[in-house]
Design a binder for this molecule. Sequence first.
Ligand SMILES: Nc1ncnc2c1ncn2[C@@H]1O[C@H](COP(=O)(O)OP(=O)(O)OP(=O)(O)O)[C@@H](O)[C@H]1O
Ligand SMILES: [Mg+2]
Length: 449
Amino acid sequence: MQPTPQTQFEDITKELYTKNVDLVNANKTLELIQKLYDIMISSYSLNDVSQRSIETITQSLGFSDGIVVLETSPSAPLSMVAITQTEINKTIMEACNIHVSEMKFDMNNSENLLVKVFSTHMSESSHDIWRVWTPYVKQDDLSGINTALGTQNILVYPIILGDKVLGCFALTMARGEQKLTEFEANTLTRLTTVFGLAIDRVKTNLELQETEKRELEKAKELLRLKDEFVFIATHDLRAPVTAISGFVDIISDKSATFQPDIQEDFNAIKQSSERLKQLINDLLEVARSESGTIQVVTEDVNLVEIVDLVKKQQEPFANTFGVTVTTAMDQSHATVKADKAKLTEVVENLISNGIKYNHSGGTLNVSSVEKDGFLEVSFADTGFGIPEDKKAQVFQKFFRAHQTGTENINGTGLGLFVVRMLLEKMGGTISFVSEENKGTTFTFRLPTA
Ligand SMILES: Nc1ncnc2c1ncn2[C@@H]1O[C@H](COP(=O)(O)OP(=O)(O)OP(=O)(O)O)[C@@H](O)[C@H]1O
Ligand SMILES: [Mg+2]
């Protein structure tokens, strides 16, 4: 029998209606997923994301209550991380007599539905909500709530990501005999993965933070060990080096009587011991500054005396480079507030630079002048100068300019770093002007006594 236009029309209307319902439902699912997505990207707290997600799911799908349990670390019992704040849950929690955050469900508890769903990866339902709360409450204690809720009242779903189960969520229905619609059942199945994504994101972030923290601790420990090593090594080297330079000084007094070839060897020994002493002192200062144990004790120090002493000490060194060191110190303003040993290190470093980065036949002039309560001390050389593009880096640790002519000059690149650090510790400053192939003038300022 041919369908009449009337029945054809009715069929189309029915079909349109069904399609429309499907569309509305699909839209609802999408909306819910969007809400969960918003929650997921707004927080990195496991409890916060779980709590807001379960509240959104219960409200959007018309459930009365919900809870979330998660495996917080591999093979640990399931922990309760979220629970909707409703009258039913409050009554249950009172009966359980334990704080939510302390609730853990052991994997051996086969009666518990959460544990079962977690192990089997399959959703479950029950009329007895005690199946979710065992072992924290007796079965009879919840019978009143069971009756009030009606049958088929608890649904438990796994929270899944790929082939991993991260935990479960449970929803309570307070709708008497009524069953889940096909749409609700489908939506809930889909939510298991969305929920999984949200939880996984938070967990990955937490793990990342933990790893970062561990790496940082490791790096800090390595740095500390390195500092300690440098400190101990240089400190232990200092005693023998001081002894050597002490003997060198004693012999030095008699050096005028040496044969010329022995005199030359002796000068080489003297320079090397000076260099070693300076390097050890610099390394010690760096180690101290990094460990924060540097100490300066300021007193009235005669700067003219220090400059004269260092000039005399470095004479053989200056001779090797063919450099003449001259001084023009302000005799009436000779004392500054400083740490004597540290100020000597500063002067040693600046004079040795002025000598070694100089041309043969060049000069280094050390002069001072008082200005506004400060003594300005300048070290002006006629040497290589510092290239324009290297000027910003000369005070950095281990920096060396490596320009033509200075390739064979020994150095570690610590001198100026230490000089600036020590001066700043003593309330001073340092600056320089330099022109390539003309020369460099370093000037430091320290408060006068
Ligand atoms: N008077 C100067 N003239 C030209 N260049 C200089 C002068 N003083 C420093 N420099 C440049 O700055 C760099 C850093 O100087 P710094 O004193 O810190 O290290 P260094 O002399 O190389 O080694 P160290 O002092 O540890 O023995 C030097 O390598 C050099 O290139
Ligand atoms: Mg130097």
